[in-house]
Design a protein around this ligand. Structure first.
Ligand code: UDP
Length: 384
């Protein structure tokens, strides 16, 4: 029997995303592999998504990312409008075997509220599980809504009620891992890269300060709030400061950005992103939060670039200290480790990615979880 999965990617960005996009990248990586394994995929996203699927559902014409950090009273309808469309589709048809949901908080609450009116559901938790304690601490998804994490460290932080709904964790993956062990080495430059949203948790302020203190060239790549290019941020003027990540950038990061040793290049995508990371002597993750999954971490390994990071969240699960990267609990030590990272063997990084972080491996794990979730839901319907 062919399994039909409604993949709910949410209304925030198209799939694949235009550049930055953690969750949308995961969906774009997972779906082609699922389809290769024979799964039919109905994608609930925005109309501008171009990922090949079997069917699409959308409410918004384009991604609503620019609204994500506006005040709640202005944007609380966005996720709800999208989910309303999903619920209507689920009610109107009976061919969906499972919902694989990625919409933070609202997706989980909606599916739990639908109960037996919805197919069994797997909700992937992509974020820090110390969030939403009132929802996660009191979750009742019955026997039909299960969750999975993207690392063991992330799930360990979950409240008990959420853990009771968990069917385990699946590490993130990247298409760059396919054949990474056979890819020829790229000439390394002098620069170090921090790839990610500019945000206090990702710690670009610390990375930039250390770069100037220790004296290594640092490239910061990623959006500042909704602004993908330095010229867009400059053109937005003072109003942009309403966004907390913009304030963080101006107040904590920009003072270190001299355009020479430390540069912010905005969002990079495609080949430009891959060249930037592959040519770096190290990828730096000066984390101040418990990184839940770390796509950029596994991408860096696949591109043959060792990872230097604070020992937080999923990092110890993804990186072997002394082989594929260098980890420390001491923020101030990161600068020295960046200098030492040149001693690591980049082939080890690529080999690790080719074995552990391929989309195929991730998709196989998800198919196992789909079967598990459906079995648990079916068992709950049987008479005792
Ligand atoms: N990314 C990108 N261009 C950028 C910055 C980030 O393509 O300028 C991508 C990055 O390669 C990764 C994703 O955005 O695939 C970020 O995912 P991650 O799990 O590392 O971080 P999140 O933002 O989801 O916490």
């Amino acid at each position: 029997m062919t399994l039909t999965v409604l993949m709910n990617a949410g209304p925030w960005l198209s799939v694949p995303p235009p550049g930055y996009g953690g969750i949308e990248n995961v969906v774009a990586t997972l779906v082609p592999e699922l389809r290769r394994l024979g799964v039919r995929v109905v994608l609930a996203s925005v109309e501008s998504s171009t990922l090949p699927v079997d069917e699409r559902i959308s409410v918004f014409p384009d991604g609503q990312f620019q609204n994500l950090q506006r005040p709640y009273n202005q944007v609380c309808g966005v996720a709800q409008a999208h989910l309303h469309g999903v619920v209507r589709a689920l009610r109107a048809r009976d061919d969906i075997d499972l919902v694989h949901d990625h919409v933070e908080a609202a997706g989980l609450a909606t599916l739990a509220a639908m109960g037996p009116d919805a197919p069994p559901a797997l909700h992937t938790l992509h974020w820090d599980l110390a969030k939403h304690p009132e929802l996660y601490g009191n979750l009742d998804g019955g026997q039909r809504v299960r969750v999975n994490g993207v690392s063991a460290a992330q799930l360990a932080r979950a409240p008990r009620a959420l853990q009771e709904h968990s069917v385990g964790h699946v590490h993130l993956s990247t298409p760059l891992a396919v054949g990474a062990d056979r890819r020829p080495a790229v000439a390394k430059g002098e620069h170090v890269v921090i790839l990610g949203r500019i945000n206090p948790g990702k710690g670009q302020d610390l990375g930039a300060r250390l770069a100037r203190q220790v004296g290594f060239p640092l490239v910061l790549a990623g959006p500042v709030g909704p602004y993908h290019r330095p010229e867009d941020l400059a053109a937005a003027g003072d109003e942009a400061r309403q966004n907390p990540d913009v304030r963080f950038f101006y107040d904590q990061v920009a003072p270190h950005v001299d355009g020479d040793l430390v540069r912010w290049v905005g969002t990079v995508a495609g080949q430009e992103r891959d060249d930037l990371v592959a040519g770096a002597r190290a990828s730096l993750f000066p984390l101040r939060w418990e990184e839940p999954g770390g796509t950029a971490v596994v991408e860096s390994l696949a591109l043959g670039t060792p990872v230097v990071a604070t020992t937080r969240g999923c990092l110890p699960e993804l990186i072997e200290h002394g082989r594929t990267g260098l980890l420390t609990a001491d923020e101030e030590e990161l600068g020295e480790l960046v200098l030492a990272a040149g001693l690591l063997d980049e082939d080890e990084c690529r080999r690790e990615a080719a074995v552990r972080f391929t989309p195929e491996r991730m998709a196989q794990r998800y198919v196992e979880l789909y079967e598990g979730v459906r079995r648990l839901a079916a068992r709950s319907l049987q008479p005792a």
